[in-house]
Design a protein around this ligand. Structure first.
Ligand code: SR1
Ligand code: MG
Length: 417
């Protein structure tokens, strides 16, 4: 399967009648929904920036329908190729065997209409929206850590020989449309004048200018650009913010893998932690702030411990990954432990830098987060955003400021005032 380019002639954007007819024409989906198609309830739930998303409920079951648009959903003037649902489908096929029910099951992909159908999560809420409403899901951050650990370890050269790994990663190197979005919006635009950049108030002018003019920030951002584009450690989700997580009382799912690409593991970790930091700075009550700090630490502990456990188990079972090969360390267990600690420290360093860059792009770049909308007073909102930006600036300017995620969380907590 490979994506069409340019758009196939058969492509058209489906409205609710079109969706009903489409689903009725796929026997497995029609059977899953049950009953006559005329009885299916179809509602639009598009929440992200890029695609149309609908939930369809039948008498038996529900499904989630997602279709690429030939433009950015929230900005029709921004034209975009359709191939993103192809990559999301490919990511789900790749990752589902690694992470099981921590993501959704793929039910159907149509390569002409760029339609992806997955299981419906209609008893779940988007984690970002839930956190903004003051909710708490004490197991969610741990589950996301497990997702990242399994998904990245098992698509890395720690887990299998290069013949099994690199050609699978190569597929996702083709995800150029959305990788360009990441390169521009996260890694480049906030550090230059660009019409897409904006912020909520002139009170942020000075910190935005400082971020752009500090030579230490510039050097670090350059290094992180190179790291993102050259370090093919594993298959990344690529857009792991709190809007890409669905939670219920007893279940957590990672969705929206359309930005999947090969890259450094700390990128996924950094985006998730960056969004938890943004939530922390947007929280005004100490209970919410405590929970945000707890979520950061729980995510990291879960990711770190699960990843290392997978590595140790693989090494004990004579794992045949070509990186840090078991044969190299057969008579040197302490050498392997040190190598593992060094590897995890590199992931930590990447995570802190990418978290800082995610904070910056979500406040002075394009695609801001809504978390701060919970602060009605604009000056107070700008004050909190300024504090988050100053922390991000300091983290990039001084790589020695914090060297662990626990220290990052407590420094951020101190800076919320
Ligand atoms: C034009 S896309 C803007 C952002 O939305 C997605 O969720 C990604 O975060 C992307 O950077
Ligand atoms: Mg998304």
């Amino acid at each position: 399967m490979s994506p069409h380019s340019p758009a196939p002639a058969a492509y058209h954007t489906l409205d609710t009648d079109g969706i009903r007819a489409f689903l009725a024409g796929v026997p497995a989906l029609a059977a899953r929904l049950g009953g006559p198609a005329a009885h299916w309830r179809i509602r639009e739930v598009s929440d992200g920036n890029l695609n149309n998303v609908f939930l369809i409920d039948g008498p038996q079951c529900g499904v989630c329908f997602k279709q690429s648009l030939p433009h950015v959903r929230v900005d029709p003037a921004w034209k975009m190729p359709l191939d993103r649902t192809f990559y999301e489908a490919a990511y789900l096929r790749e990752i589902r065997p690694c992470v099981g029910a921590l993501t959704t099951d793929i039910l159907h992909f149509d390569p002409d209409l760029y339609v992806l159908v997955v299981e419906s999560l209609d008893r779940h809420v988007v984690l970002r929206r839930g956190l903004m409403a003051g909710g708490d899901w004490p197991d969610a951050a741990r589950a996301v850590g497990e997702f990242v650990a399994h998904g990245t370890f098992r698509t890395s050269l720690l887990a299998a020989p290069f013949e099994e790994i690199t050609h699978r990663l190569d597929v996702f190197s083709g995800n150029r449309t959305l990788t360009r979005i990441t390169v521009d919006l996260i890694l480049t635009d906030p550090y230059r004048d660009h019409p897409r950049n904006h912020w909520i108030s002139p009170e942020l002018d000075s910190i935005a200018a400082e971020i752009r003019t500090d030579p230490r920030v510039r050097r670090r951002v350059g290094a992180m650009q190179a790291r993102f584009l050259t370090c093919r450690q594993a298959l990344l989700h690529g857009d792991l913010h709190t809007g890409s997580i669905m939670v219920s009382d007893d279940d957590t799912r990672v969705i929206d893998g359309e930005f999947a690409c090969p890259g450094p593991i700390g990128f996924d970790c950094g985006l998730f932690i960056g969004n938890l930091l943004l939530h922390l700075f947007a929280c005004r009550d100490s209970g919410g702030q405590d929970r945000a700090v707890r979520n950061i630490v729980q995510f990291w502990t879960s990711f770190h411990d699960t990843f290392l456990e997978l590595w140790r188990t693989s090494a004990r079972q004579d794992g045949n990954g070509d990186a840090y090969a078991t044969t190299l360390f057969r008579n040197d267990p302490s050498g392997l432990r040190q190598a593992q600690a060094d590897f995890m420290q590199d992931v930590t360093t990447d995570t802190i830098a990418f978290a800082a860059m995610e904070v910056i792009r979500r406040l002075v770049g394009y695609a801001h987060v809504p978390d701060f909308d919970t602060i009605p007073d604009l000056a107070a909102r700008a004050g909190r955003q300024g504090a988050a930006l100053a922390l991000a600036r300091d983290l990039l300017a001084d790589p020695g400021l914090v060297t662990s995620i626990a220290d990052l969380a407590s420094l951020a907590r101190d800076r919320t005032g």
